[in-house]
Design a protein around this ligand. Structure first.
Ligand SMILES: Nc1ncnc2c1ncn2[C@@H]1O[C@H](COP(=O)(O)OP(=O)(O)OP(=O)(O)O)[C@@H](O)[C@H]1O
Ligand SMILES: [Mg+2]
Length: 435
């Protein structure tokens, strides 16, 4: 006798499934996130055996990438959109996902067919945005949320590029759970992936992010798609940053910088000029140069050192890895003689940028040292270099390119590449440091 289908309970945060309901998810530890979901139907014809090919016999020519018309987006994608690829764009509500993709569709539609499938906004709402952005007249639009209809439309219409805004609104009647639930989102992405590959439609999926910043619903989506882009930045500031979290066709270090304006998102070709600007003579501010992918980027780092009575002083960094910050503070105390043991240290990176590489260590250390001593950094100084645990400096990767960027934006002295020790570097960068 066939066994009755068992109801699965799936976590809406991480996708872990369990045979029975639990108050706490065994996968991610979240409370009250397990929801009952009917298992997918097990149907399908009997499979026939197929012979594998040797790689040498596979015919493949590299398809030309599709320029999206948004240079910053092209850069993050690794030089344009790969035909028939599936790209997931995640970001917080209101950050500008729909705006960015409508901008791109508008430019693509001048040479190719571009289709927008909107499940979140009405056709009229999109029209209003398109009127504000301009240049989107040839974009085709379909307001639809049923997965089967969307797939059938893509298979017959075969646009070059399609945007699904958003994947959480799609639902399939074959799956018994609510739209936006883990199994619906997973099924939608899997089917769109198949359609993208078989019909040659390059597809962007818009995905919402959860409280902790990962793309909402199942992490499994990230494994499924070819490329995961994250749109970040402070909603209250005009600058937005686009970065690739995963990219099967290019580097994940590339960074795109945009400014949100009334006429849509405008690319910032020279972000160093925006993020590396300092007010001369300010205590606790330093300029560093990081390397994001192929692009050197000047950043202003601000630090505050304040006395505290806490037994465990705070080390709080925005845009800086907390472990890295703790290490830099420890090295400054031990090897540069700064009394930071009874002080809170706060560090902030300009423009909502996140620093992921050690080359910016010296810039962070310089800002903290300036704040701790109450002495500003000399005018026209930029600093970069990796700090070792012994207080010795290690040269940052591609130091020449960083130094060139620093000079391009008016830094007369670049501290880091030639300095040997942290103490020496700080002495040469801080004004009046003899005192
Ligand atoms: N007239 C305007 N002038 C300037 N900025 C605007 C204007 N209209 C909208 N915006 C900006 O566009 C942002 C909304 O963009 P968009 O709808 O593309 O975001 P989204 O990421 O798609 O949001 P959601 O998650 O809600 O779909 C707003 O936060 C606002 O900053
Ligand atoms: Mg939107």
């Amino acid at each position: 006798m066939a066994k009755a289908a068992v109801l699965q309970h799936v976590c809406s945060e991480c996708g872990t499934s369990s045979g029975r309901w639990l108050g706490r998810c065994p996968g991610c530890g979240a409370f009250g996130t397990l929801v009952a979901e009917a298992p997918p139907p097990r149907t399908g014809p009997a499979r026939e055996r197929r012979a594998p090919l040797r790689l040498v016999d596979v015919a493949a020519e590299e398809a030309e990438r599709i320029p999206t018309g948004v240079p910053e987006l092209d850069r993050v994608l690794g030089g344009g959109l790969v035909p028939a690829s599936l790209v997931l764009l995640g970001g917080e509500p209101g950050i500008g996902k729909s705006t960015l993709l409508l901008n791109a569709l508008g430019a693509i539609s001048r040479r190719r067919r571009a289709l927008l499938i909107t499940g979140e906004e009405s056709v009229a709402q999109v029209k209003l945005r398109a009127a504000r952005l301009g240049g989107c007249d040839a974009v085709e639009i379909l307001a639809e949320t049923e997965l089967e209809t969307v797939c059938a439309t893509l298979e017959t219409e075969r646009p070059a590029v399609c945007v699904v805004d958003s994947v959480q609104t799609l639902w399939s009647s074959e799956i018994g759970s609510a739209p936006g639930s883990v199994s619906q989102v997973r099924e939608a992405a899997a089917r769109l992936l198949r359609v993208a590959k078989e019909s040659g439609v390059a597809t962007f999926l818009v995905g919402h992010v959860t409280k902790d910043g990962s793309v909402a619903g199942p992490r499994v989506l990230e494994h499924l798609v070819d490329c995961v882009l994250q749109f970040e930045g402070d909603r209250y500031h005009a600058h937005r940053i686009l970065r690739a979290v995963k990219n099967r066709f290019g580097s994940t270090n590339e960074l795109g910088v945009f400014e949100m304006t009334g006429a849509g998102l405008v690319g910032v070709p020279d972000p160093s000029e925006v993020f590396g600007r300092t007010h001369g003579g300010e205590v606790g501010a330093a300029v560093t140069c990081t390397l994001e992918g192929t692009r050197p980027l000047l950043l202003e780092i601000q630090a505050l050192v304040a006395p505290t009575d806490l037994a465990m002083p705070r080390r709080v960094g925005t845009g800086v890895d907390p472990k890295r910050l703790a290490m830099i503070v420890a090295v400054l105390s031990r090897h540069a003689g700064l009394p930071l043991g009874s002080a809170d240290v706060f560090v902030n990176v300009a423009g909502g940028v996140r620093i992921d590489e050690p080359g910016a260590d010296l810039g962070i250390a310089l800002a903290i040292a300036s704040a701790a001593k109450g002495v500003p950094v000399r005018e026209g100084v930029a600093a970069f270099g990796e700090i070792g645990l012994t207080g010795r400096l290690r040269p940052a990767a591609q130091a020449d390119r960083r130094a060139e960027e620093c000079r391009k934006f008016g830094s007369r002295t670049v501290v880091g590449p030639a300095a040997e020790t942290l103490r020496g570097a700080l002495a040469s960068a801080l004004a009046d440091s003899a005192s």
